[in-house]
Design a protein around this ligand. Sequence first.
Ligand code: NI
Length: 207
Amino acid sequence: MLLPIKIWGDPILKKKAQAVDRLTPADKKLIQDMFETMDAADGAGLAAPQVGVSKRIFVFRIGEERHALINPKITLRSGEVEGEEGCLSIPGVQGRVKRAKRVIVSGRDQFNKQVSFELEDGEDMGRAATCVQHEIDHLDGLMYLERAEPKSISWLIEAVDDKGEDDIILRRVSRDDILAAYKARKLPPDVHILDMLRERVERKSGK
Ligand code: NI
């Protein structure tokens, strides 16, 4: 089942999520639905608060594989990497964030088994280390734009290149202007954003 994604400005995204004591059938169903929703929205990861559940659960990809982590803890961080990030809860926007290049993260999986991943951004794993840090921030009520280099924050704008092909260009914007646009529920009309998410942003009733 596809779950509606909460958009920036929703108070649940600012809350610290609760640890999961015992994995219930409802939690397992939630994880399946989060996998489905992440795929449908073409996301690299998705945290439970983004679908309205304030629990320490997230899903993510390593290449083609999908994984879930419950009560995740990063036990080692090393190196540094800086890259563009985006978020399904702030669609149409990107910004540069500094993260640890390599992390070891452990927790339980959707079968309640203790698991641990050693992740490093690079050719083999894509940006799995960055992704896990971004998702754990969601569990702590933190959005990546709060960590992003202010001058790097941009709208993703649909454009046409000189060969007449569809293109995406960046339009610099301040974090405050993005928040104002979200609060007013009015994004620039040429922002590149999935229709399913634009509907959620621009719906007047909000929730
Ligand atoms: Ni996100």
